[in-house]
Design a binder for this molecule. Structure first.
Ligand code: SF4
Ligand code: SF4
Length: 700
């Protein structure tokens, strides 16, 4: 457990200098996606979870329903498919979730009232509590989560994921008063009288947008948000046999898939957009279709048809275009293209709107024409001093991470106002982004299959609201994380040390180092893949990694020899192995091996090209009886070109040991397909026997 407060945010070192990875810049909360993905790739799961939670108030929820703009911007899109960043976050919260904070020692006397236990309110409460403020959340529902709980179906977001996230916020001392509605149970005045120094409004968009067409008043016409809320709170809702959802976004997909689970005969979705224009993720659309939802794309609602006061269908018009030349939402239709989609239940899911009834008699708070609360964009303060707002109620729409970002920013602003400070969070500073992968580089980078999410079978899905996505195993998570290119955190050249020898240009498998515009020192751009070859080969030692997270094994080797039981192990073999060949190196084909466990200490590195040959000699010098290198086979190398270098460096070390009269068997290099299969076990066990024999001969 480590204590960290928001004060640390200002001083915490940026892990990288220069350009930032696009996945980080795309995230509304600037989550350190690259770094936690890299930690997973190295098997450092607890550290990865902590990094996630430092920035993200709701990792378990976010790992499931975030719209992941990071993946849209991921540079792996240029070679094959983006890294499954959100699913990796979910993997961490499923398996490594813990309270990483202790309550801050320094506290302030002011109390803060927060309206709404949704993403914005929870984020504001979390960060204010970490800064030392006493926070109370007033939530109108009997449970936390706001629209996450009321609006998102449980098959996408099980409620224990929300509860898990909220519990850690509660452990910071945040109090949540449920069934307490602003404007009814409490008012701004009553909260001020109770002594709250600032109030943050973080309520969601609680109503569905109306569709002003003929027939919208018929029985059987439901509003999407009300429908979802009913099913989410009671487990069911009254629908007919033939359900039609109007809308093409995430809420429409949620309504359709929720309706399917109530077992009507048919569920369809009709939307203005073509399949490619639909404003939700491909994954959501594909899953809806896979479950049996029928899509009617490029149709607009003309009127709802009905008989005896009950809806019987939707008359539609074919859409000419949805957006005009200025890319504004301005749908146009083909005249005379009417057709009818029959339905006895029509669910309107064309967007959400706010319910500002809590502002009645609060004229001082300025509201926009779109029924959102107007705030100062820098301070999040409303037109009423001391009252702040953020999230959907300000944005008029928004994702989970947009809500979190607004809550976090407002928390800093409230602190600044109360303490007359000018604190800011450097994570939101504008930074240059690593540019798109150069076209010429794409064929040099190995394509790596994106890992699939294991899914609940179709037959089980449609009979329950059980979670559909089952989560990554450790092995799958590591494989997926190892596809990441560590963008922006690769090698850089110290121009004061570079001697212009062009070694880096010569060794780089990806043609990254260059001498720009006649400069006499090398430059390494953002396309560096972090293989480390140039770092080891540079004769001037002018190259290093930008990130301290990169690890060539040196510190772990040192730590190994500080461990007394390890020093006493005889024989002791240090095995340097490539982690790309070994997603999870704990067991061997599911079993442990007593000989390896006792005699072989393993140091995994993401690519052995990063390891200086001197480290192998250090291992022998510091007490190892043997050094075993297990690298990937030539055609299986993640970096495509490390085989020759590892072979060459091994030959150099072997030659040196031979010259000083050492037995060749104490230093062995093998190229293997797996670091955990029986072939590896045979190699390691045989080497233990070899060394035992050498030691016997020596002692005879
Ligand atoms: S490859 Fe990795 S670092 Fe690069 S954008 Fe994708 S997730 Fe981020
Ligand atoms: S670390 Fe590897 S990919 Fe990056 S510049 Fe050096 S040799 Fe090229």
């Amino acid at each position: 457990m480590f204590a960290m407060t928001m004060n640390n945010i200002q001083t915490k070192q940026n892990t990288c200098i220069g350009e930032e990875a696009p996945c980080v810049m795309a995230c509304p909360i600037r989550q350190d996606a690259r770094d936690y993905v890299q930690l997973i790739a190295r098997g450092l799961f607890k550290e990865a979870y902590r990094l996630v939670r430092e920035r993200n108030t709701l990792p378990a929820s976010c790992g499931r329903i975030c719209t992941h703009p990071c993946e849209t911007k991921c540079r792996r899109n240029s070679t094959d498919k983006p890294i499954a960043i959100a699913w990796l976050k979910r993997f961490l919260s499923d398996n490594y979730s813990e309270n990483i904070y202790t309550r801050p020692e320094q506290t302030y006397p002011e109390r803060i009232a927060i309206i709404g236990a949704g993403p914005a309110g929870l984020a504001a409460a979390n960060d204010l509590a970490l800064m030392g403020y006493s926070c109370t959340i007033f939530e109108s529902n009997p449970h936390p989560g706001g629209m996450l709980r009321m609006g998102v179906p449980t098959y996408r977001l099980p409620r224990n994921a929300i509860d898990q996230d909220v519990e850690f916020i509660r452990q910071l001392g945040v109090e949540i008063k449920y069934n307490t509605t602003l404007g009814k149970d409490v008012t701004f005045d009553s909260l001020k009288k109770e002594g709250y120094a600032a109030i943050f409004i973080g309520v969601g968009l609680l109503d569905s947008r109306n569709l002003p067409i003929e027939g919208a008043e018929y029985d059987g016409v439901l509003k999407g948000i009300s429908f979802l809320r009913e099913v989410n709170t009671t487990g069911t809702a009254e629908i007919g046999k033939n359900v039609l959802v109007i809308g093409g976004g995430a809420v429409a997909m949620d309504c359709a898939r929720t309706a399917l689970r109530l077992k009507p005969e048919k569920v369809s979705v009709a939307c203005l957009e073509s399949r490619n224009e639909m404003p939700t993720t491909d994954f959501e659309i594909e899953e809806a279709v896979h479950e049996g939802v029928i899509l009617y794309n490029s149709v607009g609602p003309k009127r709802i048809l009905g008989e005896h006061g009950r809806a019987t269908g939707l008359e539609t018009l074919r859409v000419k275009y949805v957006f005009d030349e200025q890319k504004r939402f301005h749908p146009a239709f083909y005249e005379g293209s009417e057709s009818v989609i029959e339905a006895d239940t029509i669910i309107l899911a064309i967007g959400q709107t706010s319910n500002l009834s809590f502002l009645i008699n609060q004229e001082e708070i300025e509201v926009s024409r779109g029924a959102t609360i107007v705030v100062d964009p820098n301070t999040f303060e409303t037109s009423m001093p001391g009252i702040y707002a953020g999230g959907d109620i300000v944005l008029g729409r928004g994702t989970l991470t947009d809500g979190l970002a607004q809550g976090k920013k407002a928390a800093i602003s409230i602190h600044n106002a109360l303490r007359n400070e000018n604190r800011n969070d450097e994570k939101w500073a504008n930074k240059p982004e690593v540019p798109k992968l150069a076209d010429a580089r794409v064929p040099l980078i190995k394509k790596e299959q994106k890992q699939d999410m294991p899914m609940l079978s179709l037959s089980k899905r449609l009979h329950s609201f059980d979670e559909v996505e089952l989560g990554f195993s450790h092995e799958v998570a590591v494989r997926e994380a190892q596809r990441c290119m560590n963008c922006g955190a690769g090698a850089f050249v110290d121009e004061h040390l570079c001697v212009g020898c062009i070694t880096c240009v010569r060794v780089c498998p990806f043609d990254v180092p260059e001498f720009r515009n006649g400069e006499i020192t090398a430059y390494i751009g953002g396309d560096c893949q972090s293989c480390g070859l140039c770092i080891v080969e540079c004769p001037a030692k002018a190259i290093s990694f930008k990130t301290p997270l990169e690890d060539s094994g040196r510190e772990r080797l040192k730590a190994l020899f500080q461990d007394t039981p390890v020093q006493k192990t005889k024989p002791l073999i240090v095995n340097f192995y490539c982690q790309y060949g070994s997603p999870v190196a704990g067991s061997f084909e599911g079993k442990s091996n007593a000989v390896i466990e006792k005699h072989v200490k393993r140091i995994g590195v993401l690519g052995l090209g990063k390891v200086e040959p001197s480290l192998y000699l250090n291992a022998l010098e510091w007490g190892a009886d043997g050094v075993l290198i297990t690298a990937c086979k030539e055609d299986e190398c993640h970096f495509c070109a490390e085989y020759e270098w590892i072979k060459k460096r091994s030959e150099y070390v072997s030659g040196f040991l031979n010259e000083i009269g050492m037995d060749a068997r104490i230093f062995q290099t093998h190229f293997v397909s797996s670091q955990t299969d029986n072939a590896f076990v045979d190699i390691a066990v045989q080497m233990v026997k070899d060394i035992e024999q050498i030691n016997l001969v020596k002692s005879a």
